[in-house]
Design a protein around this ligand. Sequence first.
Ligand SMILES: [Zn+2]
Length: 257
Amino acid sequence: MPEGDTIHYAANRIRPIVAGHVPDVRTPAPRLRAGRWPERLGGRAVTAVDAHGKHLFVHFEGDLLIHSHLRMTGSWGTYAAGARWRRPPNRAWLVLAADGREAVQFDGPVLELMTESRRRFDQRIAGLGPDICAAEFDEDRFLRRLREEDPTRPIGDVLLQQQVVAGIGNLWKAEGCFAAQVDPWRAAGSVSDDDALAIVRLLRPRMQQSALDGNQGSDRAVYRRDGMPCPRCGTTILQRGQWEDNRATYWCPGCQR
Ligand SMILES: [Zn+2]
């Protein structure tokens, strides 16, 4: 699943194509046809492209915005006009074209046109925790949200809760816990504020770098490295499903406490 850094990377690629332009809007997917997006967005310039956690927003003049969340299956691609796309055209939900280039969303499970005021009241968006990739990170808010969660829930799983901190997925959860030497199976209530902050402080520069270069976690220590020796202590790395969604977690039982 794309994590926050991948979504920020997409926003960083889409922005130079459409920001300040009036894009040609096409919605090839039949499900979006009734929404008349080309008519509603016609003639409007894009004012900004940004992201919060795993949510991406394309803002238009006149208080309208496109909200996208890729879940497990979706992706954004950017192309020169006429270039061959990475996925088949019948899986394209949205095309924004300007200045000889195109931004294309494929297989978009969450793709909607809304007003800015609706966004402010939409709990899926307004309820998100601080964005791990953003330039500023509200640590107090993160800790408050963390302490509102079930204290018996494993810290590794709480880090995936987007209302606590927005943008962490399975890869960065495992890498963050390893970097801070925190066992992802520890009950969240037993993890100190300092240890919880160490996880996000160690992750932020790596995820911010990935948002710039798209080179996600090329130096992974534990993610998908089960059965291999820990780079820090040599103990064999383990993998097991965690909590209700059974999301795989990877950790070193030798040096994560
Ligand atoms: Zn180790």
